[in-house]
Write a new protein. Structure first.
Length: 94
């Protein structure tokens, strides 16, 4: 179970990066002020920092004893999956 949640954390981050990049290329703007600052600071490589954050969260899932790590991972992965779905559904045409 913990490996599935850890993989979900990483895959949700990748899905968010892909849908965000597509939306930005079509004229959308980043709504999350923290990610917007990361994008401004790192340019086209903003996604590296984002996926590093996801890797740390996946590590928490794998190494925190008990259900706490799983709960944190499932919560983050669920939220980021919702963001990726939102990006996809609201992507400007172009």
């Amino acid at each position: 179970m913990i490996y599935i949640i850890a993989a979900w954390v990483m895959l949700s981050g990748i899905a968010d990066v892909i849908t965000t990049e597509r939306a930005l290329a079509r004229g959308a703007r980043e709504l999350n002020p923290i990610m917007r600052a990361m994008q401004e600071a790192t340019g086209r490589f903003w996604w590296v920092g984002k996926l590093m954050i996801h890797a740390v969260i996946a590590g928490v899932v794998l190494f925190v004893d008990g259900g706490l790590g799983v709960a944190i991972g499932a919560t983050v992965a669920g939220a980021i999956t919702a963001v990726a779905v939102h990006n996809w559904r609201n992507m400007p045409n172009g």
